[in-house]
Design a protein around this ligand. Structure first.
Ligand code: FAD
Length: 518
């Protein structure tokens, strides 16, 4: 049996095998060459002390050979002639649902409004360079959903470790580095995700599933409170008695469709704010208490939560060494989010800094009923578009200027490619959000010395944090509360937040679907 030990070492020891071997050999009182292999089981960074340390849980093979674990794909079945389930949306929820169906011998028909990962790239260029937003293909829509051109952070608050491990192992089997199984805060990166997503699609097709791109669902057919199928943008009808609805948090036309058809949905609180960009070196200095992080530590992340004036204010989807992306899904709006390449080697660190909203905040929009939160969100995104000059330029302000309600006299070039327009960001938001953010940044500056600085540039808004609508489902059957055969799934339905939890929810919905197929 290998011996499992927990150690804390300097970053340069953790990064260099001969040093690590020597360290462990000394601890175990054996010679370094007696150690045949060291397998890292878990790795995390402890930056609480002045000298940053790396926590490692390792398995030391010293009296037996190490056999590498290869993560294999599950035994998929040929489903070409099997019963069919429609999946709307090829985000993590939809793709993992499709793979789970194939494992269970059921044929998924995945309908995706956007394009495949390769084609999608052109449309991302068009937003960044020409300010053109394609309503079906953008940072949120297209193969792999909102998760494809993201940081690919793979952590979640899910308590069920087994579910998380299964999703991570599937990512590895589809081509992700097995480092994601070891890191306390794993991530994949925008440059690597498209290949993995493509491999998933190819596997679905290889086993007889279907994946149809540029196929936007425009209607869900319901008779006697049971689903019958869907209508697509070309007026084609596809029949099925089971539909997994995994359209993500930005699919406003789907929320409007459900509302129009009087299929029960409800407004859901979410969070909204700005995306802050600091020099990465400054965040490193704050987090690692050093002038220069050196070659063995990764660009530092941060995570911060405060209660400010009775509301939670927190960092969201922090991207070390990353880029701020234009994430609008319609012309006439501006939306920010962030991504990083796998090496996180860009010079800036960005993070959403958002304020928790409550249902009563949507009161001015109450005439929209269940869509009140969505209309509130839309109004802010449209206001930002208007204030920044009606292109994909984003309203921006230096952080201290924002806390002092002062338009910044200049904004340096930021990672947001379409460009910035100096705007007093108080004009983008209702006062309660502005005031919370202003006070909150001062509080953040007290906890993270150096964080409150005019070197930091705020971009507004960060508005797509989670769905503004819940599509309620039964806790046990996972079917919509009123419509049989409809499985609201993933982030758009309000049952996930992030890639991993969306993927877990996709698998859960697929399992439930199959349980009741006749
Ligand atoms: P989505 O990924 O939103 O997928 C929904 C899919 O449905 C889309 O492909 C869409 O085109 C399709 N669709 C919508 N309407 C229709 C229709 N009518 N007909 C057919 N298809 C339709 N999460 C993390 O965990 N880590 C990160 O690092 C991270 N970074 C992010 C960075 C960016 C830039 C963005 C935008 C998001 C990021 N997220 C991240 C969030 C994460 O991507 C989402 O939580 C996750 O993708 C949700 O999965 P989903 O399958 O529920 O929905």
């Amino acid at each position: 049996m290998p011996r499992e030990i927990q150690i804390q070492v300097a970053p340069e020891v953790a990064a260099q095998l001969p040093l690590l071997t020597a360290h462990i050999a000394q601890l175990m009182q054996v010679k370094p060459d007696e150690i045949k292999h060291i397998a890292i089981i878990k790795r995390s960074i402890d930056a609480r002390q002045k000298a940053v340390k790396i926590n490692l849980k390792v398995a030391v093979y010293w009296n037996e050979e190490y056999v590498e674990t290869k993560f294999k794909l599950p035994e998929y079945k040929d489903v070409s002639n099997a019963q069919e389930v429609i999946i709307i949306g090829a985000g993590p929820a939809g793709l993992f649902a499709a793979l789970q169906l194939i494992e269970l011998g059921v044929k998924p028909i995945v309908l995706e409004r956007g394009k495949d990962v390769q084609e999608r790239r052109r449309d991302l260029k068009a937003i960044n360079r020409d300010h053109i937003v394609d309503e079906d293909s953008n940072y949120c829509y297209g193969e792999g959903g909102a998760g494809t051109y993201s940081d690919g952070k793979l952590y979640t608050r899910s308590k069920k470790r087994g579910d998380v491990d299964r999703i991570l192992e599937l990512f590895v089997a589809f081509g992700a580095s097995d480092e994601i199984l070891v890191e306390a805060h794993p991530h994949i990166g925008t440059n690597k995700l498209p290949k993995i997503i493509k491999a998933m699609r190819e596997k679905i097709i290889e086993y007889g599933g279907q994946v149809l791109f540029e196929t936007r669902v425009t209607d869900i057919l319901v008779k006697n409170n049971e689903v019958q199928g869907v209508v697509t943008q070309n007026n084609d009808t596809i029949h099925a008695s089971k539909i997994i609805l995994a359209t993500g948090h930005s699919a406003r036309d789907i929320f409007e469709l459900l509302d129009r058809k009087k299929i029960f949905i409800e407004a859901k609180p979410f969070a909204l704010g700005v995306r802050a960009e600091h020099p990465q070196s400054l965040i490193d200095t704050i987090q690692y208490s050093c002038d220069y992080r050196g070659e063995y530590l990764p660009p530092a992340p941060y995570s911060i939560v405060k209660q400010v004036a009775g509301r939670g204010m927190y960092s969201f989807c922090m991207c070390p060494g990353g880029v701020i992306a234009p994430c609008a899904t319609s012309p006439g709006e501006v939306v920010t989010n962030g991504w990083s390449p796998s090496k996180r080697d860009q010079e800036t660190a960005n993070s959403g800094i958002v304020v928790e909203l409550k249902l009563e905040d949507f009161k001015p929009f109450e005439k929209f009923g269940a869509l009140a939160g969505m209309e509130f969100q839309k109004s802010i995104e449209q206001q930002a578009w208007h204030l920044a000059g009606e292109t994909q330029r984003v309203p921006a302000q230096r952080m201290i200027d924002f806390t002092q309600s002062k338009v910044s006299s200049d904004i340096p070039k930021t990672s947001y490619v379409p460009g910035t327009t100096p705007v007093e960001l108080g004009k983008v938001f209702p006062d309660f959000i502005t005031n919370t953010l202003r006070q909150g940044f001062v509080e953040f500056g007290k906890s993270m010395r150096g964080y409150l600085t005019n070197e930091a540039i705020l971009h507004a808004p960060e508005s797509r944090t989670s769905s503004p609508v819940r599509i309620p489902r039964d806790n046990y059957s996972l079917e919509h509360l009123e419509i049989k055969g409809l499985y609201p799934c993933g982030e758009g339905a309000g049952y996930a937040g992030g890639i991993i939890s969306a993927a877990i929810d996709g698998e859960k919905c697929a399992l439930k679907c199959v349980e009741t197929l006749s």
